[in-house]
Ligand binder design. Structure first.
Ligand code: 13P
Ligand code: SF4
Length: 302
């Protein structure tokens, strides 16, 4: 079957089943093009919380589908490829976090949504890259445990002036982006603004003009007076940036900034998920109840 016929089948089945297709900004272009909604992690959680759809086909990675399953208990959530995980989320376990809490009693735990439901269940409040600074600022405490992304934690520490206790997690895709990538593109395109994701190393953020979530980058690129951008995050976002801003120029920092997990979702897998309702993502009631509190606390602030 060619892509056009797969897309036509997806469209028809989606309507027949009352399903909604939620797609992250890093997905392949052809997946973004069949979405009901494309967004960053925060926007996708907000959409999941608001939907009445019986079936959510989540095109992203496992923790995102899991978050949707927790906050949309009335919907069945399927992930077209269950191998689409997030190595950063796998760098911390609930046991590891419990041990950290024992060593640092009394400090609230802020958990980046790039984590498993079990880790969220051990946390006081979640955050995404779009609201991490706001979430930490909202807490009365001057010291906070922040897991699992050390680089986002470092950025939050810089922005809030609070003392952050880090977990040494990181995103392997963003860690491949180096300051020299930004600096050489800046030399080549002096009028371009460099926007980078806060999962990048601090030395990369230091040479950027703006540090933004993927949704923040989409909004930043719409400013009429800026025409050229250096983009320091996963390559998939370039498709949406170019599509929504014809005539503007976007320079990806590195061809190596690709998240292999995000790319596991393909059109034929989406069609299979719609046809068979495979592969459902579920969370035990006990874990979901605790994790939901941390996610909802974040959504109240956002
Ligand atoms: P955003 O929340 O900015 O979309 O980022 C999610 C992510 O996984 C970044 O690597
Ligand atoms: Fe995880 Fe990094 Fe992929 Fe985002 S880009 S899903 S943090 S591995």
């Amino acid at each position: 079957m060619n892509n056009d016929s797969i897309v036509a089948k997806i469209d028809a089945l989606k309507k027949a089943k009352g399903a909604v297709i939620l797609v992250h900004n890093y997905q392949l272009g052809e997946i973004q093009d069949i979405a009901d909604f494309v967004g960053d992690s925060l926007e996708l959680s907000q959409k999941a919380a608001a939907t009445r759809a019986k079936l959510i086909v989540f095109c992203g990675v496992h923790f995102m589908a899991e978050t949707a399953a927790i906050i949309a208990p009335g919907s069945k959530v399927v992930l077209p490829d269950l191998h689409a995980g997030c190595p950063m989320a796998d760098m911390i376990t609930a046991d590891g976090l419990r041990r950290m809490k024992e060593q640092l009693p009394g400090r609230p735990v802020v958990c980046y949504v790039n984590s498993t439901a079990e880790v969220k269940a051990e946390s006081d409040i979640c955050c995404t890259s779009a609201n991490a600074v706001k979430v930490v600022e909202s807490l009365p405490d001057e010291e906070v445990i922040f897991v699992p992304d050390q680089y986002l934690g470092y950025y939050v520490q810089q922005q809030t002036g609070k003392r952050i206790h880090f977990w040494p997690g990181y995103c392997p895709t963003h860690a491949r982006i180096l300051p020299e990538h930004i600096l050489s593109l800046k030399a080549e395109h002096p009028a371009a603004m460099a926007m980078v994701h806060p999962e990048c190393r601090p030395e990369v953020a230091a040479v950027a003009d703006a540090v933004l979530s993927t949704g923040g980058m989409i909004r930043y690129a719409k400013q009429p007076e800026i025409k050229e951008f250096i983009v320091g995050t996963e390559m998939g976002i370039i498709h949406r940036l170019r599509k929504e801003n014809p005539g503007k120029k976007f320079y990806p920092v590195s061809e190596q900034a690709v998240c292999p997990n995000m790319k596991l979702i393909t059109l034929d897998k989406v069609l299979y998920s719609l046809e068979t309702e495979a592969h459902e993502v579920t969370v035990s009631e006990e874990v979901a109840e605790k994790a939901k509190r941390a996610i909802e606390r974040m959504l109240e602030i956002a």
